[in-house]
Structure formats: C-alpha cells, structure tokens
Ligand binder design. Structure first.
Ligand SMILES: *[C@@H]1O[C@H](CO)[C@@H](O)[C@H](O)[C@H]1NC(C)=O
Ligand SMILES: *[C@@H]1O[C@H](CO)[C@@H](O)[C@H](O)[C@H]1NC(C)=O
Length: 393
C-alpha cells in the first residue's frame, strides 16, 4: 500500500503547493473580517496551530517541534522538562508548580510523512485547515494548551491542577510515551485523570480494539507432484488453516464491535510441479473481545490441521488487549476506534482515562489531512469541560 499512497501524496501535496491560497494565509490571519469567524474569537489558538503545523515533525525528527512547544510554554511561565527517549528525542513535560497534578493533558507531536504545508480553504461549505498534522495530532496539542491557559486565566484551575505532556514517536509504535511513562513513574508522578488527544471527530471514545498479530509457518516435505503421497504438502495445510481463520466466528464485543481478520501476506515459493515443503502467512486480528479468547480460537483451528504437516509454528509479533476508556461525561457523543493509540504505552495506571480530539481519524494520515475550523475551535471548550469534570471528583 505504501508506494501507491506515497505516489498519491506526492501528487496532491505538489498540487497544494502550487495553489496560491497557501500563501494567502498570512493575509487571512490579519484582517479577521475575511477569515473564518472563529479566528477572531480565539486568535491565539489559530495562530499557534498555524505556527506549530509549519514546524515539520515527522517521527524520528521531532526535536524542532518539541523546542517550539517548550519555548511557547516557558514563555507562559510553565516549568518545562525534557524526558528523552533512548535515542535522544525529546518528550515535553510542563507544569506550573508541582509535577503531581490532578489532571494530565497529553498528546503527540510527531506526524506521519510526507510534510505538506498549512492552508485554509473553503470546501463543501466548510472552513478547513489543511496541512500535515493539522488534525493528527497538532490540533489536539494546541487545543489542550489553549484550554489550559483559558481555565487558568478564568480562575477555574489552580497551580497544581493540570500539567501537560507532549510525546514523540506515537506514529511509530509509541517509544516516546514509553520513555515518558518510565521517567514519570520513576519520579512517582501520578494523576486522577489523563486526557489523551487524538483526532476523534470531537467524540469521547469508549475504547479501542486490541491486536493479535502473528506469522504462521507450515513445514512439509517436497516431492514430485505426480506422486503426492510421497511428500507432505505444506500449502495444503496452510490453505485449510487460513480457510478455518476466514470462516471462524471471532468473538466480538458490544462496545467495540467485531473482531476482524486480515491475512496480509502469504509466502509459498515453489515450482508448480513440486509438492510444497514450506508455506507461511502473516495474520493480523483486530481484537474486540480479548487476546486470550482470540488466541484460544487460533490454537483450536491450527490444532485441527497441524498433524497433517511435519511442523506448524506460530511466532507472535504483537499482542495487546482492547483498551477500555472512561466516558462518564455529559454533553458528548461517544464512539469506538478500530485502530490503536499511545494509551496502552502508559503503564502507569489507577486514574481515569479519556480520549478526545478535533479532526477525523479517517483522513488523519491521508494526503489531504485537514481539521475543520469549527472542530478545532470547539475542542477547546470540550477539553475545558473534560478538565473541569475531572477536577470535580
Ligand atoms: C505524587 O503523588 C503520589 C500519590 O499521592 C505520591 O505517592 C508521590 O510521592 C507524589 N510524587 C511527587 C513527585 O510529589
Ligand atoms: C451528536 O451527534 C448528533 C448527530 O450527528 C449531532 O446532531 C449532535 O450535535 C452531536 N452532539 C454533540 C454534543 O456533539
């Protein structure tokens, strides 16, 4: 999928660059009369969003964006500490007084490739802000910062109520959150509630699916295809097992829906007239129930056919149970996510966890990533609501 995606991304991002509208943003931001009305209502939000999106921060190269956010927060009087990954990429942790606060607002500063620049366009009657990271997750980052500032200025939070954590590496498996979590646990920092920011279409997420990702290899014995009784056909056994997978009733859940299966890779390189000695496949199950239930069913299916082969081997690549989140807040629509987030990388537990953000996950990694002006604007109010709800306990 990558080459095709990349090709279409390059094509479209070139198209964006050549559109004069991209260069007009500076003008749009100055005379607010021509900009979307929300720009004048929260100028700092939209300016910060524009400036932050301009700093390229594809995973592994986030330090410019980290410094940008760190300087911004220092300028607002916060204490900022860098919590680096092993390879020296900086997570940003910021707080006013004590590190221990009731609530943590957190999101990620890395983006997927390729970078393409900020522009505001009216499409289908919507004011949309295009650019890499506008939704995933720079929209969440700036909305969390502005929500924090507004609550502070309005006297609704005190010095030790809310802290901020912005991590690297979310798009490449979460090494940023893993490092930040380790450092925070080591200094005994904890919270009553953590509010994670990812594009959720302004909905509160009830949970997301887990993962059971493995490679299955079947070993047989080659022989002339005219005398199959002399060999052991690995292809035949793999075909039966994969058919078992495809026709199984995978256990789902009311909250997260169906467990889905993808056999993304099948390897069996043989001559047409040779009984196959080896066949393998890569299988990814998006788990809505539990990894235990799903792996039991995998073993049951494999168990039915494995004696027909010399050997069947399963190598686990990744396994994670679904994540269940808190959503006990009035005034929000709720939904579930099929994909994964950084949340399981935070091993520190014992607090409420909310997941909410501006922008739509369906276009977050796309060639035309955007967030609507309305979604970004509204997310500040919603983050404020979530913080105030969390502090009310
Ligand atoms: C933070 O709070 C927890 C729980 O109240 C406490 O155990 C820990 O020592 C505190 N950590 C710091 C750095 O103050
Ligand atoms: C919930 O979703 C409905 C239908 O899309 C929408 O009309 C309504 O405004 C949403 N409510 C909130 C609080 O987002």
């Amino acid at each position: 999928m990558l080459p095709h995606t990349l090709a279409s991304l390059l094509f479209i991002s070139t198209a964006y660059c050549s559109q004069p509208i991209g260069d007009k943003i500076a003008d749009l931001l100055q005379p607010y009369s021509v900009a979307p009305p929300q720009f004048a209502l929260r100028p700092e939000l939209f300016q910060l969003h524009k400036d932050f999106v301009a700093v390229e921060s594809i995973s592994y190269k986030e330090n410019g964006a980290g410094d940008f956010i760190a300087n911004y927060l220092k300028g607002k009087g916060l204490n900022v500490e860098y919590l680096p990954t092993e390879d020296g990429r900086n997570n940003i942790h910021a707080y006013l007084d004590e590190k221990n606060t009731s609530v943590l607002l957190t999101s990620h500063i890395d983006t997927v490739p390729p970078f393409f620049k900020y522009s505001v366009q009216k499409i289908d009657g919507q004011d949309r802000i295009y650019g890499r990271g506008t939704a995933d997750a720079k929209g969440s980052v700036v909305a969390q910062i502005v929500a924090f500032e507004e609550l502070l200025n309005e006297g609704k939070i005190g010095k030790n109520d809310v802290s901020l954590l912005f991590v690297v590496g979310e798009e490449i498996g979460g090494d940023g959150m893993v490092a930040a979590d380790k450092a925070l646990v080591a200094s005994s920092v904890t919270w009553d509630a953590v509010i994670f920011g990812e594009p959720t279409n302004n909905e509160l997420i009830v949970g997301h699916k887990g993962l059971f990702y493995f490679r299955i290899s079947v070993f047989g014995r080659a022989c002339h295809s005219a005398y199959p009784e002399l060999g052991v056909d690995a292809n035949k056994v793999l075909i039966q097992i994969l058919n078992g997978f495809e026709t199984a009733q995978w256990p789902g859940s009311d909250l997260l829906g169906e467990t889905t299966l993808n056999v993304g890779q099948i390897d069996a390189h043989n001559a047409g007239n040779v009984v196959s000695p080896y066949a393998a496949a890569t299988v990814v199950l998006r788990v809505a129930s539990t990894v235990e239930e799903v792996s039991d069913l995998v073993n049951e299916i494999v168990g039915k056919y494995k004696d027909q082969a010399l050997k069947v081997e399963i190598k686990l690549t990744q396994s994670a149970d679904p994540v269940h989140l808190d959503y006990d807040v009035e005034g929000f629509n709720t939904s579930s996510l099929a994909g994964a987030t950084d949340i399981p990388n935070m091993k520190n537990t014992g607090f409420k966890r909310y997941l909410y953000g501006p922008g739509n996950v369906h276009n977050a990694h796309a060639a035309d990533e955007y967030v609507t002006v309305e979604s970004l604007y509204r997310s500040v109010d919603d983050y404020k609501k979530l913080v105030e709800h969390s502090l009310a306990y």
